[in-house]
Design a protein around this ligand. Structure first.
Ligand code: SF4
Ligand code: SF4
Length: 379
């Protein structure tokens, strides 16, 4: 069996010229952009833009990375378009806040909001009989994914596999959170989506990633790296290993590998770039996700809720930071949040621990808190 090739380059700054050179150097061992894009092909570029956040926060794909990739696509004769499905604001608003709109306007690249979809039928044995995949993704000749390297409160790490959850249109993402509450089951769904919408190429922005309270309200993590490959599972596995996360601890990566969508095993990966030992960092702070197990969920009624409240990481509002904007109220698929005295308040008996609220709060007013008993049990 041939190994998956993952290319890695160091890139310590978002200086435009430096990023452009780095993207070229990154793609060279993979055959360059022309290995993936032929003249006249439509190339759908999918950044990580689930919410609009200033680029320096490290939550979204950086505009200079998007610019460099657009230029490479054009140099190969491709016709680039940028597509995404931000969760709770329009694509233009999210793209403006994150700096991507400026690049798209300057380079005259259209942005397509994913609000029309194609139902892709799945074989029996999948979680759902069909998936509503954004039509521009299904119709594109080439799909290039541009994820951001971040910690994630629910699935530990987010990168190539998780980025493709964005091809599910708008509010349907929240419905999936509600329907597939168990972390393992939700991760299987992510892997099944990745299987259907598998990008031709994944380019992971780790110049400045995010650690701690990710994927929205963590801290910028200056890693100085970019990674790329056709096997997004392998790219994620290498990225995890660099930041000190066992790839198999992130369920979407483990399940995607089990499904044969790529490899998470470093000895099955051919690394093009500096030796991995020279890239590793011990400063990256990964979240310790603690979702209820199937068994805990199976416990019904009051006992089950008590178990969940004692053992699982839950969102917690910081009242002093809450601005009362109600965005989390609208985002909560379980309708577990209401406003009390102008601040968000959570009903933990309804909360399904999807952490969407933490992801959408742009004021950093929602943290993930692990109950004392759960902390003690992990020691
Ligand atoms: S917690 Fe955040 S999103 Fe929710 S109301 Fe407060 S500021 Fe808005
Ligand atoms: S309160 Fe937050 S974590 Fe709980 S269900 Fe609602 S959005 Fe998800």
């Amino acid at each position: 069996m041939s190994k998956s090739r993952v290319s890695v380059v160091r890139c310590s700054t978002y200086d435009a010229a430096r990023v452009s050179q780095s993207v070229q150097a990154l793609l060279a061992p993979l055959g360059g952009m022309s290995a993936f894009v032929s003249p006249g092909q439509t190339v759908l570029i999918k950044p990580n833009l689930i919410h609009g956040t200033a680029p320096e926060r490290g939550a979204t794909t950086h505009p200079q990375v998007l610019q460099a990739v657009i230029q490479e696509v054009r140099a190969s004769g491709g016709v680039p378009v940028v597509g995404e499905s931000p969760g709770y604001e329009s694509l233009s608003v999210a793209a403006r806040k994150s700096g991507l709109l400026e690049v798209m306007e300057e380079l005259d690249v259209p942005g397509i909001a994913f609000d029309a979809w194609t139902d892709v039928r799945l074989d029996p044995g999948h979680l759902v009989p069909s998936l509503p995949i954004a039509a521009p993704v299904a119709d594109a000749d080439v799909v290039i994914s541009l994820p951001k390297l971040k910690s994630h409160g629910l699935v530990v790490y987010t990168g190539c596999v998780k980025n493709m959850f964005g091809v599910i249109c708008g509010t349907q993402k929240a419905q999936y959170h509600l329907r597939f509450q168990d972390r393992e089951v939700f991760s299987r769904l992510l892997a099944e989506i990745y299987a259907v919408a598998r990008p031709t190429l994944s380019i992971l922005d780790g110049v400045i990633g995010m650690d701690g309270n990710g994927p929205r309200n963590g801290d910028p993590a200056p890693l100085g790296l970019m990674l790329a490959g056709t096997d997004g599972v392998a790219v994620d596995a290498v990225a995890c290993s660099i930041v000190g996360i066992d790839p198999l601890e992130s369920p979407p990566i483990r399940i995607a590998a089990q499904m044969g969508l790529g490899t998470a095993s470093l000895d099955q990966i051919e690394l093009a770039g500096p030796p991995i030992e020279t890239l590793k960092t011990s400063s990256f702070r990964a979240p310790r996700a603690a979702r209820p197990s199937m068994r805990q969920r199976a416990m019904s009624g009051r006992a089950g809720r008590a178990m969940r409240n004692l053992l699982t990481t839950r969102p917690a509002v910081r009242p002093e930071a809450c601005r009362g904007c109600r965005i989390c109220v609208k985002a909560c698929p379980a309708k577990a949040i209401e406003m009390r005295a102008g601040k968000a308040w959570m009903d933990y008996n309804k909360c399904v621990r999807c952490y969407c609220c933490q992801e959408v709060c742009e004021h950093g007013a929602i943290e993930l808190a692990t109950p004392l008993l759960a902390r003690l049990m992990r020691r």
